[in-house]
Design a protein around this ligand. Structure first.
Ligand SMILES: [Zn+2]
Length: 159
């Protein structure tokens, strides 16, 4: 009985240690920060779509709101979608589905454009960084492109 208690105690202890390692690891913090940035970006993208992109598109396709398109299962006819839904009929609101698909496609397009634009910016930055350094032929470290002596292994470098 005593021994059993001991093993349980050590088990709890190792579990605690493992949990500590899991919850307070640097990578966990990275993920948390990533998620926070992600939700912040989501807010920006949502605003971009709702406030900037949707108004002109709404004007462009005015009269193309599909949310009032629906299909009632059964023989009854209803004046409006609301009347159909209130009567408890089985209503297939495929218009909402079409709206959701259009919203998704527009969002994906905007995000694609945004991502490819940011990707181009990053590429330009990389090129700038590259031009500033050269590789030391002796120790393969990155040194300034105008350096005549390697900062890492002190070898003489050709211009
Ligand atoms: Zn070197």
């Amino acid at each position: 009985m005593k021994e059993e208690k001991k093993t349980l105690k050590t088990k709890v202890k190792t579990l605690g240690k493992e949990f500590k390692g899991f919850a307070f690891k640097g990578s966990m913090l990275d993920i948390a920060i990533g998620m926070m940035i992600g939700s912040a970006i989501t807010a920006v993208v949502n605003s971009l779509i709702k406030d900037i992109i949707n108004p002109p598109i709404a004007k462009l396709i005015s009269g193309m709101d599909f949310s009032q398109r629906y299909f009632v299962l059964g023989k009854n006819h209803f004046e409006s979608l609301q009347a159909a839904q209130e009567s408890g009929a089985v209503v297939i609101t495929y218009g909402n589905f079409i709206n959701a698909v259009i919203a998704f496609l527009l969002t994906a397009l905007v995000l694609f454009l945004l991502v490819s634009w940011v990707g181009k910016l990053n590429k330009k930055e990389d090129k700038k960084e590259e031009a500033k350094t050269k590789k030391c032929p002796y120790c393969k470290s990155d040194v300034h492109k105008d350096a005549t002596k390697c900062a890492f292994c002190t070898s003489e470098l050709k211009k």
